[in-house]
Design a protein around this ligand. Structure first.
Ligand SMILES: [Zn+2]
Length: 81
């Protein structure tokens, strides 16, 4: 059976988002800027310093927190209808 609760990922619009990407060429580690609490974060894969960069990411998947908040808003809207 098709799982209708799963979000259709190809329908979520993408947006250029600020990220930190690992400076080590052989490593593809990166984190979202929201998650970087240090001035210059270190890669959690290889401990190298990271570089500010941009990446196109799906808007809704900004974080699990945002996703939950979005779903809550949709649910609240339904109740008010
Ligand atoms: Zn790395």
């Amino acid at each position: 059976m098709y799982n209708s609760r799963k979000l259709p990922l190809d329908m979520i619009p993408s947006e250029m988002t600020e990220i930190w990407s690992c400076m080590k060429e052989s490593c593809n580690g990166w984190i979202r800027d929201n998650y970087a609490f240090e001035t210059v974060p270190t890669c959690n894969q290889c401990m190298s310093p990271m570089n500010r960069s941009m990446k196109s990411l799906p808007i809704l998947l900004d974080s699990s927190y945002d996703l939950k908040l979005t779903l809550k808003r949709i649910a609240a809207k339904k109740e008010n209808d």
